[in-house]
Design a protein around this ligand. Sequence first.
Ligand SMILES: NC(=O)c1ccc[n+]([C@@H]2O[C@H](COP(=O)([O-])OP(=O)(O)OC[C@H]3O[C@@H](n4cnc5c(N)ncnc54)[C@H](OP(=O)(O)O)[C@@H]3O)[C@@H](O)[C@H]2O)c1
Length: 284
Amino acid sequence: MTTKGKALVTGASSGIGRETALQLAQEGFQVIAAARRKERLEELSRQSSLIVPRPIDLSDSKALDDFSKELLHLSEPVTVLINNAGFSIRGAVEDVSVSAVRSLFEVNLFALLQITQACLPGMRRLRKGTIVNVSSIVGKFPFPTSGPYSATKHAVEAITDALRMEVRPFGIRVVTIRPGVIGTEFNETANRLTGDLLSRTDPDYKPVYQAYGAGMGRLFTHVSIPGPELIAHLILEAVLSESPKAVYAAGPFVQELLGERFRLDDEEFYEFLMEKTGLKGLKV
Ligand SMILES: NC(=O)c1ccc[n+]([C@@H]2O[C@H](COP(=O)([O-])OP(=O)(O)OC[C@H]3O[C@@H](n4cnc5c(N)ncnc54)[C@H](OP(=O)(O)O)[C@@H]3O)[C@@H](O)[C@H]2O)c1
C-alpha cells in the first residue's frame, strides 16, 4: 500500500498522542504508535489499518536500546517523528525526590533524545523529515510546584532549538509544541504519582500549597479546558505545512502568559506570576 510516509508517535495510548496518531493515519501516514499500555495501542490500531502498535516502556533503557536499533534499520525510515510521551510529578523543589526527578528526565528528555538520534540517520539519508517535540507552556517558565517537570520541558526546548538549526541544512524541520492545560489523563496521572503532598510536606509548606491551590482554582474558574484535538490539529498543521513555524502554542492563558514572559524582565514576570498563582504577599 502506498502511504504518505512513516510516522512515529510516542505516548500514543492516550490524550494528545492518541489523537495525533489517528489524525496522521487519516491523512494517509503509516503510524508506529508507541506507549506502555498494549491494550490501548491495540484498540487504537483497530481504528485504522495504518496504525501499528509498538508497546514500549520508554524508561527502560534496554527496551529503548532495542527500539533504537529497530528504528535505525527500518527499510522505510521514519520521516515524521512526534516526540509526545511525557508525564509530570508535582511538588515544591524541596519535596520531590531526586530519583523522582530522574524518572521524569528519563521519559521526558532522554527517551526523546535517544529516539530522535535513532531517526535522524534515515531522515538525513532522504534529506527530509519533520520532528515535532511536545514541550509545554512551562518549557519557558515554571509554575510553583512544577519545578522538576518544567526543568524537563526547558531541556526539551533547548534540545529542540539547537537541533532545528543543526538539521535545517539537510531539509529536516524541527518544531516545538507548547500546550497549556489540556483535558487528557495527564493531570490524573500526575495526581496519582504525586500522592498526598499535604500529608507529607513540612508544615512550613502547607500554606504555600494551599495558597497556590486556591490561586489556581480562581484562575481556572469558568475556564473551559480544551481537549487533545486542539493540540493534535496544531501538530498536523506543522507536519503538513510547506514551511512550519518553529513554535506552536495553544490552550487557556497560553498567549497571555507567554506574551508576558517575553515582554517583561525576570523581576517583573515572576511578580506577575506570583500574583496570578495566588502566592504574592504570602508570608509564613
Ligand atoms: N495535558 C496537558 O495539560 C499538557 C500540557 C502541556 C504539555 N503536555 C505534554 O503533552 C504530552 C502528552 O500528554 P497528554 O496530555 O496527552 O497526557 P496523557 O494522556 O497522560 O498521555 C501521556 C502519554 O505518554 C505515555 N507515557 C508516559 N510514560 C511513558 C513511558 N514510561 N513509556 C512510554 N510511554 C509513556 C503514556 O502512555 P502509557 O501510560 O501507556 O505508557 C501516554 O500515552 C506530554 O509530553 C505532556 O508533558 C500536556
